[in-house]
Design a protein around this ligand. Sequence first.
Ligand SMILES: Nc1ncnc2c1ncn2[C@@H]1O[C@H](COP(=O)(O)OP(=O)(O)OP(=O)(O)O)[C@@H](O)[C@H]1O
Length: 362
Amino acid sequence: MLMKAGLTSADVKTGGIVLNNLHKRYGRATAVDSVSLTISPGEFVSLLGPSGSGKTTTLMMIAGFELPDSGQILLDDKDITRLPPHRRELGVIFQNYALFPHMTVAENVAYPLRMRRMPKAEIETRVHRVLDQVHLTALASRYPHQMSGGQQQRVAIARAMVFEPPVLLLDEPLGALDRKLRQHLRNEIKTLHKEVGKTMIYVTHDQDEALAMSDRIAVMHEGRIRQVSAPQDIYRRPADLFVASFVGEVNLIPVKLRSGVLQGPGGEDLAAAHRPEADMDATLCVRPEHLRLDKAVGNARGVQGRIVDMTFIGDATIVEFRTEYGLQLTSKVLNVSAEALPGIGDACVASWVANDASVLKE
Ligand SMILES: Nc1ncnc2c1ncn2[C@@H]1O[C@H](COP(=O)(O)OP(=O)(O)OP(=O)(O)O)[C@@H](O)[C@H]1O
């Protein structure tokens, strides 16, 4: 049918996931609370949050290793909420990827197919194809102990992909690896995602990883999703104070909005360009790279204070600034020019472009 219509199976996008109001409790503790999320076929979505925020529990419910107390999980419009894991056909990759030490790479990858009693010729074709996809063909006859941690992780990915599931679920797959290797492998996983076009749901507590890899990030806190957006929007337009502080560094400045004027904690007029709808108390979020420090001249608009500390970190200098009334702000200045920075103790004015700051209501 499909072939006649000029379509190949690759044209038919599968792997759409819908989470509909999932709840999960362990005893009296709520692990997952009202989680709803729609993931498009082929999308890369990260579940990002601190330890205990419900990421793994959410993923385990999608995989079928945990059952929700209520709510629904759909895979391509089919209700899979109560289907056992092996009937969901989802590839799952954990942090501890546990390859069989006495089996070669090819045997490890073939294992799930052998368990399903697939014919030998078909197994060979599939193993060959998937090893090619993850660039491991040359290592097919090695044993796990003859490979690096990163290569072993790729074998685990190949093993999860070999029965061609439309969705891959990854739970902190790079957690056990060192920083350099993590960075390398996250690029590889991203490239693999582009090449194979599968839906990927990726659990991590590492914000850099989530920002670098995802089409969209769902930020979780205490069992709930606080914001779902593209990485740029999560960073530039955090929905609340938790998201603002969890993703990246941020200056939080308590402000009052009165008759259209934004007042800083010391009563200063902080740029009329912030246009509040009504009088309110709020918090202004300004990223360190958007906080500009200039030597104090006259009564320039901004927050007056002094530089109290400076730390050289290679590509940038982190400048700590404090007002007379004790508000401490951090500015990150790229070391791209030889232009002299103010020094410790210098009086400065901190300012920012209104569009670079978010006003969050209490
Ligand atoms: N099997 C379990 N029995 C009891 N409580 C559990 C169980 N699994 C998870 N929890 C609790 O549910 C909450 C959410 O845990 P979960 O593992 O989903 O969080 P997480 O965001 O994945 O954290 P981490 O990054 O540490 O893995 C936590 O408070 C945890 O203690």
